[in-house]
Design a binder for this molecule. Structure first.
Ligand code: ADP
Length: 389
């Protein structure tokens, strides 16, 4: 049963229509400003007072454009205003737009405005205005940090590149001299001495491989993406073709589960991603006849609605506690020569390439012998940047 007005406690009694509207307007978190057909202010709520510094009594009846619109935009404002009165067309009505507004102190501040039309004598247009100063500051801060981060990553890549390049030079010298010693002085060395020299030679070779990886990894960060339309079916088919001998040897079944999309990306680098993932799927298995599925879904809970590519195998699996660590450079979960050896760099390079495309990479596995699925996302690139590598 409806409760009568006089039965309600005083704080719940309904206010007469006008007062109720006043209360709503004055407790709103946005400025609410109405103007009449001539552009004169007819409504100016409390938040408008707080944002722009003018009390209502000083601005009611004045031209809104003189109070709020920075001088540089006034002519344009009047042009649009007249155009709307003439033919009803407008570019800003009923949408949220970011503009600049003037405060009483003369400061120009960023605001977000929605303008609606009422066509009432006293209230022809109403603007709902949000002060965006904090958001703008936060955005600028994020932009500054991300620029700094980009710069320091670039420096790190440059440093890594120069150091590995110079170390390789020195290493080549050590390799050559240990080889000369083995060839020229073998008769003066006993077995133990020869063994030690061979170990030096093996270790320098390994160090050389690791420095190559560092060079490759840092080179990725030093060159821009060469972006273009890429048919991923072609890319994956070419990569699978590269592994045809390995596929025959291991009797693996490689299946592309569905038509892959054509997207804008760096073809060569994305081919490298598939090469690393399909290569690993073929490599990390103890049995023949491994089934490897490659595909694209858009309903993965981790990236709903995005293109999520996957490479799934039925191999040795990965314990859950290692699923993050395997993406670190040089991280391997097996002894040196196991599963055909490796440098522990393929996944780190994969992750770097995908993150350069603005995507994410992750792996899922239920553990030992349960197979592994590698996933990555590839957002569509906004700008097309063709650069030389
Ligand atoms: P690499 O293969 O040269 O060791 P990666 O960076 O490609 O380097 O892989 C890192 C480690 O992650 C591998 O050493 C292996 O232990 C593990 N790994 C990668 N792919 C798979 C896979 N499909 N199944 C099981 N383990 C994998």
């Amino acid at each position: 049963m409806a409760v009568k007005q006089e039965q309600r406690p005083p704080e719940q009694q309904l206010l007469p229509g006008e007062n109720r509207l006043r209360l709503i307007l004055d407790t709103a978190l946005d400025a609410v400003i109405s103007i009449d057909k001539n552009g004169l202010i007819t409504e100016w709520n409390k938040q408008a007072e707080a944002i722009f510094g003018w009390p209502a009594e000083e601005v009611i009846g004045k031209l809104m454009s003189d109070i709020l619109i920075p001088p540089a935009y006034r002519a344009q404002h009047w042009q649009s205003f007249r155009k709307f009165l003439e033919d009803g067309s407008s570019k800003i009505l009923n949408k949220r737009v970011g503009v600049e507004a003037l405060t009483r102190s003369g400061t120009i501040i960023p605001v977000e405005v929605t303008v609606t039309v009422q066509r009432n004598e006293n209230c022809y247009f109403t603007s709902f205005i949000r002060d965006m100063r904090c958001e703008k500051k936060a955005r600028e801060k994020i932009l500054k940090y991300s620029k700094e981060l980009e710069r320091s990553n670039q420096e790190l890549d440059d440093f890594c590149y120069i150091v590995s390049h110079d170390l390789k030079e020195a290493l080549r010298g050590i390799q050559h001299f240990s080889q000369f010693l083995l060839e020229d002085c073998a008769d003066r060395l006993d077995e133990d001495g020869k063994k030690k020299l061979r170990t030096i030679s093996d270790l320098t070779q390994r160090l050389g491989e690791l420095l190559d990886v560092l060079l490759q990894y840092s080179r990725l960060g030093r060159t821009e993406l060469a972006i273009g339309e890429t048919n991923l079916n072609d890319v994956v088919q070419n990569v699978v073709q590269l592994f045809c001998i390995k596929i025959q040897e291991t009797e693996a079944e490689v299946k592309i589960c569905q038509q892959l999309p054509t997207i804008v990306c760096d073809r060569i680098r994305i081919a490298e991603v598939f090469r690393n993932l399909i290569g690993n799927a073929l490599k990390y298995t103890d049995k023949k006849g491994n089934k490897i599925d490659i595909g694209c879904i858009n309903n993965h809970t981790r990236a709903l609605g995005e293109n999520v590519f996957f490479v799934r195998d039925q191999g040795i699996g990965i314990a859950p506690e290692h699923l993050e660590a395997i993406f670190k450079i040089f991280k391997r979960l097996h002894p040196k020569g196991a599963y055909g050896g490796g440098t522990g760099s393929g996944l780190a390079i994969t992750k770097k390439i995908i993150s350069q495309h603005g995507g994410q990479t992750w792996a899922e596995s239920k553990g030992k012998d349960q197979g592994t699925t590698f996933f990555f996302t590839l957002p569509q690139q906004k700008s097309v940047l063709i650069t030389t590598q």
